[in-house]
Ligand binder design. Structure first.
Ligand SMILES: Nc1ncnc2c1ncn2[C@@H]1O[C@H](COP(=O)(O)OP(=O)(O)OP(=O)(O)O)[C@@H](O)[C@H]1O
Ligand SMILES: [Mg+2]
Length: 325
């Protein structure tokens, strides 16, 4: 049975640009899919196709059990969407914006009011609730936009770069909100350029590049593809580097890399925590003082690099271009 969000062979072109080049997705109910990719990869286009804002040239999609192309209105009633660019009415206050959304979804005025209060509180906007949103900072607008997407609790949610432009505290706050939402049974597709975010929130990650899904898997599965774990040691004294290097060579399955200026040595290993303990003992026996040691698994940055041959860079110039909706 297809999941709560299902797409097959989605293609969307804009002139010469093949923004989506045959995207397949399958998101089981109650899980989070992280759509991860650099600028221009096709994330927003995919979200817009799945949320009925854009008609794909070909392919099919089913969201919350409803055919997206055949019954867009029904799909719209079953989903929540928070876009990459906050869509709030500048002249209304934060409270009014949220109440309006509630009314659009046919909530009773009293319920809409109460929900607005709850969300303003949750997103740390209570103090600014009665100011027109044109006086809000960028981060405040984003939070209001996210709150607006949560006025009703639809079974399927889409969030396009939900934490872009949020400071670390507010990002943390949103992560908590998202976790609560998902533990309540919501299925979520979120896009992100932050590898750490996908790692943190998503059950499964789909890496997109040039309109293609180039890899899918859990973050652990994706990381395993890059060739596994390594031990990193920072020695206290620079003169200990040669001896430490010799010790690591004995445990590693490959060559030791030395970053001299940081007194850091890295060696690929297999054997996990047990091996780490042995390395520590051996360094200690040799009288080498260490500032830091750890078993490092590859980051999703490493994953992206190994999959695409380029890092997930952020280009401002492209951002401007893609800001056109
Ligand atoms: N309305 C449009 N008209 C023309 N080209 C478009 C349009 N929307 C998107 N594109 C192009 O399609 C490609 C994919 O864009 P999309 O916005 O889906 O990328 P994205 O992954 O969301 O990028 P970002 O991380 O910058 O938000 C880009 O090359 C973009 O320039
Ligand atoms: Mg985008």
């Amino acid at each position: 049975m297809p999941g709560a969000i299902y797409a097959e062979g989605l293609v969307k072109t804009f002139g010469d640009v093949r923004a989506l080049d045959g995207v397949d997705l399958d998101v089981p109910e109650g899980t989070v899919l992280g759509l991860l990719g650099p600028n221009g990869a096709g994330k927003t286009t995919a979200v817009r196709c799945l949320t009925t804002l854009l008609r794909p040239d070909s392919g099919s999609a089913v969201v919350a059990g409803i055919d997206v192309l055949k019954h867009p209105d029904a799909v719209r009633r079953s989903i929540g969407l928070s876009g990459q660019f906050a869509a709030v009415d500048e002249y209304l206050t934060g409270r009014e914006n949220l109440q309006m959304v509630g009314q659009l979804y046919q909530m009773k005025a009293k319920a809409a009011k109460a929900r607005a209060v709850e969300l303003l509180e949750q997103f740390d906007l209570a103090d600014a609730a009665d100011r027109p949103t044109k006086t809000y900072s960028g981060g405040m607008r984003r939070r209001l936009d996210l709150a607006a997407a949560l006025v009703v609790s639809p079974p399927v949610m889409f969030m396009d770069e939900p934490t872009t432009g949020l400071d670390p505290r507010n990002r943390q706050l949103l992560w908590e909100v998202i976790k609560r939402l998902v533990s309540g049974g919501t299925t979520l597709l979120l896009t992100t350029q932050y590898l750490e975010e996908a790692d943190h929130l998503a059950h499964e990650i789909a890496v997109v590049d040039h309109g293609h899904v180039i890899a899918t898997g859990t973050s652990d599965q994706l990381k395993a593809r890059t060739g596994g774990e390594r031990v990193e040691v920072v020695v206290h004294e620079r003169e200990d580097i040669p001896t430490a290097s010799e010790v690591l060579r004995g445990f590693g399955k490959g060559g030791t890399t030395v970053e001299d200026h940081m007194r850091k040595l890295t060696v690929p290993v297999t054997g996990g925590a047990k091996l780490l303990a042995e390395v520590i003992r051996e360094l200690d026996t040799r009288g080498i003082e260490i500032d830091d040691i750890g078993l490092r698994r590859p980051t999703l940055d490493d994953v992206f690099l190994s999959l695409t041959g380029h890092v997930a860079e952020v280009k401002d110039e492209e951002n401007g271009k893609e800001a056109v909706k």
